[in-house]
Design a protein around this ligand. Structure first.
Ligand code: ADP
Ligand code: MG
Length: 238
């Protein structure tokens, strides 16, 4: 099965073409990394997949189903942003529960899923704390927890580690890799960091100026970059 298929996706803001004829497939369980320089359209692409932006033309299919007109909450996806976007007035438990409550899940299901996610993310000691009482790394784990409890088939991460210091970045990166092992889900992960791309990805999609420049495994791109641009991001030093 295919988790995601983008077919000839275009997105313009006014007269500015931000995404140009994007064709991408993500298989079930695959970890796909989108890399590219700032402003190349990575966040817009994730927002189009999530349904936070409409496409100008083209098709977005999730689990084989056409989703162009489906609202974000009905797409079976969950998104984790670079700015954690936690609710400051809610403790960790309630930050993680909120979306489930809005979905109308029972109290029992909510408790069960929050307990499971807290355990996975080592958040049990912090469950009653407020965001202001947490470190940056802990906040980011809560943001990931909020995605996990929804049990999506597809996770979208938009540069989730870019606000963390180097040591925490490595820890959290390993945690995300671990989660991918444990969860029955596909992940799309946006970064401009070469190490993150090379270590996390089954498949890397290199984006440049709104289009797909090259797709391949980390080793394929490293050993056979299509051009200087890809080499500059991921290739072997020449
Ligand atoms: P990235 O995440 O790769 O840094 P973005 O997807 O944020 O890139 O932005 C890609 C381009 O689209 C940029 O030139 C940006 O200015 C433009 N853009 C993004 N969102 C909007 C918007 N809502 N209105 C107009 N232009 C936008
Ligand atoms: Mg971005």
């Amino acid at each position: 099965m295919t988790a995601l298929t983008l077919t000839n996706v275009n997105k313009s803001f006014g007269t500015v073409e931000v995404l140009k004829d994007i064709n991408i497939e993500v298989e079930d369980g695959e970890f796909v990394v989108f890399v590219g320089p700032s402003g190349c359209g990575k966040s817009t692409l994730l927002r189009v997949i999530a349904g936070l932006e409409d496409v100008t033309s083209g098709e977005v299919r999730i689990g084989g189903e056409l989703m162009n007109l489906t609202p974000p909450s009905k797409r079976g996806i969950a998104m984790v942003f670079q700015s954690y976007a936690l609710y400051p007035h809610l403790n960790v438990r309630k930050n993680m529960s909120l979306a489930l409550k809005q979905e109308g899940q029972s109290k029992q299901v909510i408790e069960q899923r929050v307990a499971k996610a807290s355990k996975m993310l080592n958040l049990e000691p912090y469950i009653d704390r407020f965001p202001s009482e947490l470190s940056g790394g802990q906040r980011q784990r809560v943001a990931i927890g909020r995605a996990i409890v929804r049990e999506p088939k597809l996770f979208l991460f938009d540069e989730p580690l870019s606000n963390l210091d180097a040591a925490l970045r490595m820890n959290t990166r390993l945690e995300i890799a671990n989660l991918h092992q444990q969860l029955d889900a596909s992940m799309i992960y946006v970064t401009h960091d070469q190490t993150e791309a090379m270590t996390l990805a089954d498949k890397i999609v290199v984006l440049r100026d709104g289009h797909v420049e090259q797709v391949g495994s980390p080793m394929e791109l490293y050993n056979n970059p299509a051009n200087q641009f890809v080499a500059g991001f991921l290739g072997a030093p020449s």
